[in-house]
Design a protein around this ligand. Structure first.
Ligand code: CA
Length: 228
């Protein structure tokens, strides 16, 4: 059963949407604020979001931009203002469709199904799965993208990650990482590798707190996970 997240602060509207979507066989999760929506998105496996533009604690547009840093989950906006519509479907925001208020809940349900069909045939699975690999390296710009978000890495952090990404699943010892990453390994101590791994992990966690891509092999070294 596909789970739809409804983010709408007007209970009557949320009730109507939830009723129709449940009738159509969807499971529904309801939130009234952007904060709750972020939590629900992190905790539940959400197939699509119905997102009101005017929320009590934030704008639906800002929330969408936040979500797009880590997720390609389809988003249908609910908007009360016709002058917002052009922005909604623009690349700037990253929405997949919109419904101007007032709308018929049945029509919204039809849009939900259409967007799910479209996005799932594009990605070959649910809208949650990114088409890109979770970690992508641009060696020319010396940038690593993690779930679409560019990581702000120091030179050595970048080079450690680059080495680990060459062979996901392979265990690199601290000595090997020192040799491959630092120009003069003898000048630094073993702990340096650990320190940099720690800061890399912190930066990865900022993007996805729920995933730990770098594995510690006690007494040996580190590896990058080879499946996601
Ligand atoms: Ca509202």
């Amino acid at each position: 059963m596909q789970r739809i997240l409804i983010v709408e602060d007007e209970p009557a509207i949320a009730d109507n949407i939830a009723y129709v979507l449940e009738t159509e066989g969807f499971e529904v999760v309801r939130c009234a604020t952007g904060g709750e929506a972020s939590e629900a998105l992190a905790a539940d496996n959400i197939a699509l979001i119905v997102l009101d533009v005017g929320l009590p604690d934030c704008s639906g547009f800002d929330l969408c931009k936040e979500i797009r840093k880590t997720s390609a989950v389809p988003i249908i906006f609910l908007t009360a203002r016709s002058d917002e519509i052009d922005r909604v479907v623009g690349l700037e925001i990253g929405g997949d469709d919109y419904m101007p208020k007032p709308f018929s809940p049945r029509e919204l349900a039809a849009r939900v199904k259409a967007v799910l069909r479209r996005t799932q045939s594009e990605t070959g699975s649910t809208g949650e799965s990114p088409a890109q690999p979770p970690l992508a390296l641009d060696p020319h710009k010396m940038i690593v993208h993690y779930f679409g978000t560019p990581l702000d890495l120091s030179r050595y952090e970048f080079r450690i990650l680059e080495v680990l990404m060459r062979r996901p699943g392979w265990v690199y010892s601290r000595d090997k990482l020192m040799e491959l990453v630092w120009e003069s390994p003898e000048a630094s101590m073993d702990r340096t590798v650990d320190t940099h791994i720690k800061t890399i992990r912190a930066k990865l966690r900022e993007v996805r707190p729920d995933i730990e891509p770098i594995k510690t092999h006690r007494g040996v070294g580190y590896s990058l996970r080879d499946s996601w």
